[in-house]
Design a protein around this ligand. Structure first.
Ligand code: PNW
Length: 461
């Protein structure tokens, strides 16, 4: 397989975009500096039991103080793009009103530092750190939050669009809505299905409002997009119950975002499912026109794929609340440290299917990567063959999808360096670069060197 993978990877075009990705709360630290306000993650981390080890992002990778050295590290990997996110509570401590110049200043310096080293900045405006004051006012289930997001987006856009060409509004609205407001596994930790569905709509509305205003204000051509996390949902058997389970998983995981964004309407089957559950999306006339504002690039984050069954261990098709059963049936593949099965062909299937069902939108892989239980030697070096194998098989999967017609223009590894893995704390390491959290020393792992050499080879020099 590695030889076949190498051949596929070598066939990627010389102008394929290569990058590494991070997000603000996961790496910056300095949560109390330069007027930064509190976000829902500062709050959530302090709720006992929510984050492993009671950890939080107060220090993280101390990137806020080490930014120039980290940019040099990025340059040394030979990537052409760095995807990072802007912390809303640094720009608007309470989520409203004028920009906090000191907070915005950090991103201003970061962009200059990147450009000075020949690395393209790829800005994500929202990677989950909602200002706590907006959550106190209702959060994403509240329509007003969409308008607040668009205002915030314009503050950042006005400050950086003279130098930043590519903008992602939201990272993984599925996680914000479903993990944050339904499953409670992420901030703000609520468990309310109707609230989560309202959040879906208002996240999408916020995206559309921001994208429309950015497009109208753009001083030069810009590339606007949104990033969705998706996988391939396969039925465990051909039974109706299992096919329904796969349809619903794909509907709530992917189509409820893709269809309004790219077709201007919510998927009818999912609206029907919701109405059976007594839930109606809070759509107001005109919203879908806002949400379907054309985008230039679709960001795809891929980690794994799932096989689904509509029948539980007791043979039931409905749970105690009368909701349809949806169980994951393992494919029997090796797993990462997250217990996520390694399914590269599900990546190819996803990309081919997206290009067929939603033609005309170029895609970029804005995240792909894996956590493993790294063992560092005395010098901090990690021989992470498992991560290298994961990257190789998944980049090859992207190349295979391109051969089948998927218009994928780039690939960003998650993540530049080990960082705060949300409710898993610092135990899960996704980095290409190892971070010693005692000393903050960064050491490129074997996978980082493999990635650098791979990029070099594809570019042909
Ligand atoms: C993404 N899931 O999160 C995020 O964008 C990153 O911030 C994060 O560090 C990375 O993936 C690794 O987890 C996800 O449950 C969280 O399917 C959960 C899921 C998918 C992506």
């Amino acid at each position: 397989a590695p030889a076949a993978e190498a051949e596929l990877i070598a066939g990627l075009p010389a102008d394929f975009r290569w990058g590494v990705a991070t997000s603000a709360y996961q790496i910056e630290g300095a949560t109390g500096e330069d007027g930064r306000g509190q976000s829902i993650w500062d709050t959530y981390c302090r709720v006992p039991g929510m984050v492993e080890g009671g950890e939080n992002g107060d220090v993280a990778c101390d990137h806020y103080h080490r930014m120039p050295a980290d940019v040099e590290l990025i340059r040394s990997l030979g990537v052409d793009t760095y995807r990072f996110s802007v912390a809303w509570p640094r720009v608007q401590p309470g989520g409203r009103g004028p920009a906090n110049a000191a907070g915005l200043g950090f991103y201003d310096r970061l962009v200059d530092e990147l450009l000075g080293k020949g690395v393209d900045p790829w800005v994500t405006l929202y990677h989950w750190d909602l200002p706590q004051e907006l959550e106190d006012a209702g959060g994403w289930p509240e329509r007003d939050t969409a308008h607040r997001f668009a205002d915030y987006a314009m503050l950042v856009f006005d400050a950086l669009s003279d130098r930043v060409r590519t903008w992602t509004t939201l990272n993984e609205p599925w996680c914000s809505a479903m993990l944050g407001y339904y499953e409670g596994r992420q901030a703000p930790g609520r468990r309310d299905f109707a609230a989560a569905m309202a959040a879906v709509h208002h996240l999408l509305l916020g995206h559309g409002l921001a994208a429309g205003r950015m497009r109208a204000a753009a001083p030069a051509p810009v590339e606007l997009g949104i990033t969705l996390n998706m996988g391939t949902s396969m039925p465990a058997t051909e039974s109706l119950a299992d096919r329904e389970a796969a349809r619903r998983a794909d509907g709530l995981g992917a189509r409820i975002y893709l269809d309004p964004l790219l077709r201007g309407q919510y998927p009818g089957d999912i609206l029907d499912d919701l109405s059976v559950r007594g839930v109606k999306l809070p759509v107001v006339d005109g919203d879908l026109a806002v949400i379907s504002e054309p985008i230039d690039v679709l960001g795809v984050n891929y980690y794994s794929s799932h096989r689904l069954s509509g029948v539980d261990a007791q043979g039931r098709t409905e749970d105690d609340e009368g909701n349809p059963v949806q169980t994951t049936v393992p494919l029997g593949r090796p797993v990462t440290a997250m217990d996520w099965e390694i399914v590269p062909e599900g990546f190819t299937e996803l990309l081919v299917r997206l290009s067929r069902d939603y033609p005309g939108v170029p895609m970029v892989i804005t995240e792909n990567g894996a956590a493993f239980d790294d063992v560092a030697d005395a010098g901090g070096y990690v021989r992470d063959d498992d991560r290298t194998a994961y990257l190789s098989s998944h980049i090859a999967a992207v190349a295979a999808a391109r051969q089948r017609g998927a218009d994928v223009r780039g690939y960003f590894a998650w993540s530049l360096m080990d960082n705060f893995e949300w409710s898993y704390g610092y135990a899960k390491r996704f980095g290409l670069v190892h971070v010693d959290y005692e000393t903050q020393v960064r050491t490129p792992k074997q996978s980082a060197l493999w990635y650098r050499d791979t990029i070099r080879r594809v570019r042909g020099h």
